[in-house]
Design a protein around this ligand. Structure first.
Ligand SMILES: *Cc1c(COP(=O)(O)O)cnc(C)c1O
Length: 512
């Protein structure tokens, strides 16, 4: 079904060499805003915050090109940038995620980060790139034995000298759960980082430590989640540890991508328990404080042989507030710690258009100075090192995020997070009532604890379109189950949930 066609007439937007008359242009735009507003008023299926009004504060910047090209902490030659605002936003998250601030290039423990022009997809790409080069023994931006400006401005990579008795010492192997967002898999492809499954299948056939037959079947292409497809969606740490130990014992450095708020189930990988379980393994196989010897400049470096990246697209933005609410005894539980309090966390990403809400995709990447990449080039042209993924970077996003944070003290973020959790609980209860009117049809209603998502059997196309629901097929044993979910974000009201639940009560709701 061509959904757009049903609701907007594409003809209205057709451009010609003569442009459009004012009347037609305005009519087209009016049609489009009506369409967007209708959809916005019913959006339930994606984790986008929509409860914002930036027009007053941000509207005036729409006639300015604001571009944060280059490193956020170096002003650069392009003066129409919002880096001063970007830095304020980065400092805010450094505080929230308990990283050492302020950023200083001379303090290896301090944080470094930047605002993404894409969403978490860019942050995942950047984090995995950073991890790959760190683990593969390429030279870092901050050379701790040499702080001279000239060394920072070198434009060549130095490579680690191969280790004779360990040919795998600089080949990172990646681990992530079956509930991981597709952007991680894409990043692995783009960056040519191999997963444990690819390496296992190729070099260690019939040695899969998780399978009694030793086969690397498709089932093991990703790390299992607790309880598999029917489970909560969090990574199975015991199984991860078995896999990590297998590859660590073969000499490989380990790259782990955790989910903090999985996309479909909204589950939280327990990054704390994971680190506690894995650190002894890293220790046992000399993956902590490895000495890397470079092929150039008679120089060595000390690095870890592991990298833990936290994809916190949604939950890194709100779980800190649930934790505060928990400490203030306003809620009964909170998610596991995921931030820079854990010494094994190397990088964190978050999307700006999810919890906070923004008119366009945006996000934030954060790591520590000591893990930073050596920029491939230091272009004189922009007057600021090219330490980010994008060239030109969206300068309006910094103002949008700053505006939200300036208007919303911790107190209101805490209340907002509690409200969403309460409403998710309400929605779950209402859906269970819907189940009772379908005695012969299992609606598979489930909510992972503290998740803002509730999953259930996919309804008909009309309902999917009305509420912009996302769909996901899960293969459970030999059965294919088609699911949808709703996400309870700040813009969702009790009335909207009631309307949705009412639509599900229509006998045709679950017919294809
Ligand atoms: C949404 C999401 C992403 C991708 O974020 P974009 O902002 O769409 O690029 C990555 N990881 C997780 C867990 C997500 O939920």
């Amino acid at each position: 079904m061509s959904k757009n066609k049903k609701f907007i007439d594409a003809e209205l937007f057709t451009l010609s060499p003569d442009g459009l008359s004012d009347e037609n242009r305005i009519n087209a735009l009016d049609t489009f805003i009506k369409y967007i507003e209708t959809q916005k008023n019913h959006l339930l299926g994606y984790q986008n915050g929509l409860n914002f009004n930036y027009e007053e504060d941000i509207g005036k910047f729409l006639n300015c090109h604001i571009n944060n090209i280059g490193d956020p902490f170096i002003f650069g030659n392009y003066t129409m940038n919002s880096k001063v605002i970007e830095k304020a936003v980065l400092d805010y998250y450094a505080e929230l995620w308990q990283a050492k601030k302020p950023h200083s290039p001379n303090d290896p423990e301090s944080y470094w980060g930047y605002l993404l022009t894409m969403g978490s997809t860019e942050g995942n790409l950047y984090g995995i790139w950073n991890a790959r080069d760190y683990l593969a023994g390429r030279k870092l931006l901050i050379d701790q034995s040499n702080h001279s400006q000239s060394s920072m401005r070198r434009k060549e990579y130095a490579y680690a000298v191969p280790i004779e008795d360990n040919p795998n010492a600089y080949t990172p192997v990646a681990f992530f759960s079956e509930d991981t967002h597709y952007s991680i898999i894409k990043a692995m492809r783009v960056l040519n980082v191999h997963t444990f499954y690819e390496i296992g299948k190729k070099f260690y056939p019939r040695q899969n430590p998780l399978n009694y037959s030793g086969e690397w079947t498709k089932k093991f292409s990703e790390v299992p989640s607790v309880g598999g497809k029917l489970g909560s969606g969090a990574i199975d740490i015991d199984k991860l540890a078995v896999l990590v130990e297998f590859f660590a014992s073969k000499g490989y450095p380990i790259l782990i991508c955790c989910n903090y708020g999985t996309t479909f189930k909204g589950a939280y990988d327990d990054v704390k328990v994971m680190g506690e379980k894995l650190m002894p393994i890293f220790e046992k196989y000399d993956l902590i404080d490895r000495t890397v010897i470079y092929d150039r400049e008679k120089h060595t470096d000390v690095r870890n042989g592991y990298w833990i990246h936290v994809d916190g697209a949604l939950a890194a933005a709100y779980m800190p507030f649930i934790e505060m609410a928990y400490k203030q005894k306003k809620v009964y539980s909170c998610g596991p710690v995921f931030d820079f309090r854990l010494p094994w966390v190397n990088s964190i990403v978050m999307s700006g258009h999810k919890w906070i809400g923004s008119p366009w995709p945006c996000g934030l990447f954060m790591t520590k100075v000591k893990y930073q990449l050596f920029p491939p080039d230091d272009p004189e042209y922009i007057g600021s090192p090219d330490t980010t993924f994008a060239g030109s970077r969206n300068g309006h996003s910094a103002i949008v995020l700053w505006d939200h944070l300036a208007r919303n003290p911790y107190k209101s973020e805490i209340n907002k997070a509690i409200k969403c959790e309460d409403l998710a609980c309400y929605a779950e209860g209402q859906l269970k009532i819907v189940q009772s009117i379908y005695p012969n049809l299992n609606l598979w209603i489930e909510r992972t604890p503290l998740s803002l998502a509730i999953r259930f059997r996919k309804p008909n196309d009309e309902i999917i379109f009305k509420y912009t629901l996302s769909c996901q097929t899960l293969s459970i044993d030999n059965e294919e189950r088609h699911y949808s979910h709703i996400y309870i974000m700040d813009s969702v009201t009790k009335e909207l949930i009631d309307e949705f639940v009412n639509d599900l009560k229509n006998p045709a709701a679950f017919t294809a």
